[in-house]
Ligand binder design. Structure first.
Ligand code: PEP
Ligand code: MN
Length: 277
């Protein structure tokens, strides 16, 4: 008896015994509330909207279309982390104002990315959930500051992070006192040039097994291809995802960012029908 206890505690370094992300039993699940929407409850939460906010009309028409198809949270980027500094960087504050107006008109809570500690206050004032993008998963200054808020955070996995690194990034937010964290698997880097990323459903399932936090999947960034979104959405839900986040645009071919991995309104509605919404 004593030997087993001693071995177990030696196996775990002192700090891991404190890890707040861990679940003590499979039935211990956290539910994160984003406005009226529960993430981690009985029904998966569907978030949808454009990669980037481009105009009021674009966001309003998308919100109406995705809401009619069953999505309950609106996504839209105001500050965009682009690979090239010459690509569209987002409309910034103007985009936040559009999101907040459409949220008032449709009743849909909004999630949008915060890129920098400088912008936390203004983003938090306009949205219901703050997204930490894949490129910022280990921006510890940002994570620590988000830990001081009492607002939901959507923490995307870096394309090169292990599941443990991802969960320890969540730990920074939890340790600061903000327990409203949702994890998002958005694909990891692999070697096939036909796939922007590879949606790691095993990593998603492992994160959900190790942690009580809700875990959602992003089949848009996880594949880079609109034609694979329906099948990977189905697969993610079958693997236990607590929700999905999907890029939807009125005219994907002319989107300012990520058109290749965005569904148009008809394709999104068809997919939701196939998923049983
Ligand atoms: C996005 O959601 O548009 C985005 C930039 O996501 P990621 O950080 O996963 O690349
Ligand atoms: Mn995008």
């Amino acid at each position: 008896m004593h030997t087993a206890t001693a071995t177990a505690s030696l196996d775990k370094p002192a700090h891991t015994r404190l890890e707040l992300f861990r679940s003590s039993s499979p039935s211990e699940r956290t539910v994160v509330h984003v406005g009226p929407v529960a993430i981690g409850g009985n029904r998966p939460a569907i978030m949808a909207g454009p990669c980037s906010v481009e105009s009021y009309e674009q966001v309003f028409s998308t919100a109406e279309a995705v809401k009619a198809a069953g999505a309950t949270i609106l996504r839209g980027g105001a500050y965009k982390p682009r690979t090239s500094p010459y690509d569209f960087q987002g409309l910034g504050i103007e985009a936040l104002e559009i999101l907040s107006q459409v949220r008032g008109e449709t009743g849909m809570p909004v999630v949008s990315e915060v890129l920098s500690t400088d912008d936390i206050e203004i983003v938090a004032d306009h949205v219901d959930m703050l997204q930490v993008g894949a490129r910022n998963m280990q921006n510890f200054a940002l994570l620590k500051r988000l830990g001081q808020l009492q607002k939901p955070v959507l923490l995307k996995r870096s394309p090169a992070a292990t599941v443990k690194e991802w969960l320890l990034a969540a730990e920074y937010i939890l340790a600061g006192g903000n327990g409203h964290v949702v994890l998002c698997e958005r694909g990891i880097r692999s070697y096939d040039p036909q796939l922007r990323n590879t949606l790691d459903l095993a990593g998603m399932a492992l994160a959900r097994q190790l942690s009580h936090l809700p875990v959602i999947a992003d089949p848009s960034h996880g594949t880079g291809r609109s034609d694979l979104i329906p099948v990977m959405s189905r697969a993610a839900l079958a693997a236990g995802a607590d929700g999905l986040i999907i890029e939807v645009h009125p005219d994907p071919a002319n989107a300012m960012s990520d058109g290749m991995q965005s569904l148009d309104f008809g394709a999104f509605a068809r997919m939701m029908g196939e998923l049983g919404w």
